[in-house]
Design a protein around this ligand. Structure first.
Ligand code: PLP
Length: 393
């Protein structure tokens, strides 16, 4: 009666959403202040003041019919130009408005890009642990997901990538700063990845695309986030303002196709075609204009840094093992028992809501999302202490 695959997708709520919904129900039962919800990546700092100022200015000054009407399918021309100019200035790459497509956030950026690129028999490589929705997006586009495990401290492992990239690989998806590990890939890593992809493309006789998923680009704690397009020509950047500007519910982002990529015009046409076929045309008009004035800005990253430092020192002090996150707002912590889901169930008894790593494609870890109010972390520490004691840490 209906598309079975999509029905299944609709019925199987993501693990993260499941825990988040459980947390909401539990808050109603025992009071908000008694539940420590570290499940979801909803930004916990307000949008920077420029966002509201721009909304007020636009709604006051721009004719309503123009502000709230359709833009061109790929986005308002002046917005696309502003994005291209920002990319040129900030990252020193020759971006032009012809390669910019405005979207409804990173999910749309990725879905459109994958549908634009994917042909029969194509594979897309992801680096695990990774955002669980990658598999949904790739498979829905008709592609096959191929997993390469991350290496030391969850950075890129070139040998693992070398082993899995072959003639069927259409693209490699990377995400730095990373959800769920907080890793930020260095210039050396991107240069090594570029060399590998160049070699693989030569062997294949066609480009292996680099798809860079970048919702956390601005959220780092000192680490520089190099621009993949500056290292490798066949790059498509999938950007989102959801996290940087704390606009997750407004659904706004963009795709930037490198003008140096092979067949750049065809790739961009395919992006436009996929956007059209999927119904992702004309991203929200007001927010296109708002973000055009807030490029490169972010909410108060210092707040996330304070959360990170507090949680990291408290948890390592209690005997848990964590990798210090270099960016994004997630802490990836080793589960003290091999079964991370069982550990999360025990944490739940202390009203601590953590996400087991299995959904991210690796076993034995939990993700602690620290984009919460500081008070939640402070109040949660006795619960973490009790949990650590249960494991004899
Ligand atoms: N990619 C990663 C790595 C994410 O963490 C998320 C959201 O959490 C997304 C993509 C989707 O972002 P958006 O809300 O902009 O669609």
């Amino acid at each position: 009666m209906v598309n079975e695959r999509n029905q299944k997708l609709g019925e199987a709520r993501s693990v993260i959403r499941e825990i988040f919904e459980y947390g909401n129900a539990r808050k109603r039962e025992i009071g908000e202040e008694n539940v420590f919800d570290f499940s979801i990546g909803n930004p916990g700092v307000p949008a920077p003041p420029e966002v509201n100022a721009e909304i007020v200015r636009l709604t006051g000054e721009m004719p309503s019919l123009q502000l709230h009407g359709y833009t061109s399918a790929a986005g308002a021309p002046d917005v696309r130009e502003a994005v291209a100019a920002y990319i040129r200035t900030a990252f020193g790459v020759p971006m032009s408005a012809d390669g910019v497509y405005m979207t409804c956030g990173a999910a749309a950026s990725l879905t459109i890009t994958l549908n634009a690129l994917c042909e029969e028999g194509d594979e897309f490589v992801v680096v695990t642990p990774c955002f669980p929705e990658y598999a949904v997006f790739i498979e829905s586009a008709g592609g096959k997901v191929v997993r390469a495990a991350a290496g030391r401290e969850f950075h890129l492992d070139m040998q693992a990538l070398d082993r899995v990239i072959g003639v069927h690989t259409k693209g490699v998806v990377i995400n730095s700063p990373n959800n769920p590990t907080g890793a930020v890939y260095s210039e050396e890593e991107l240069a090594a990845l570029a060399a590998l992809l160049t070699k693989k493309s030569r062997e294949k006789g066609a480009p292996v695309f680099l798809i860079s998923d970048e919702p956390y680009r601005e959220l780092t704690y000192g680490a520089k986030v190099p621009y993949p397009m500056a290292f490798y020509p066949d790059t498509v950047v999938c950007y989102s303002f959801s996290k940087s500007l704390s606009l997750a519910g407004e659904r706004i982002g963009y795709i930037a196709v490198s003008p140096q990529c092979r067949g750049a015009a065809e790739v961009f046409s395919a992006v436009c075609g996929a956007g059209r076929a999927l119904g992702f045309v004309c991203a929200p008009s007001l927010f296109q204009r708002v973000v055009a004035k807030c490029l490169g800005k972010s909410g108060d990253v210092e707040e996330y840094r304070k959360n990170r430092d507090l949680l990291l020192s408290a948890l390592t002090g209690l005997g848990f093992t964590c990798i210090p996150p270099e960016g994004a707002f997630y802490l990836f912590m080793k589960s003290p028992e091999p079964d991370a889901a069982a550990f999360c169930e025990r944490a739940k008894r202390h009203e601590l809501l953590l996400v087991p790593s299995d959904g991210f494609g690796v076993a034995g870890y939990v993700r602690v999302s620290y984009c919460v109010e500081r008070a939640v972390i402070e109040r949660s520490l006795p619960a973490f202490r009790a949990l650590a004691a249960e494991y004899g840490l």
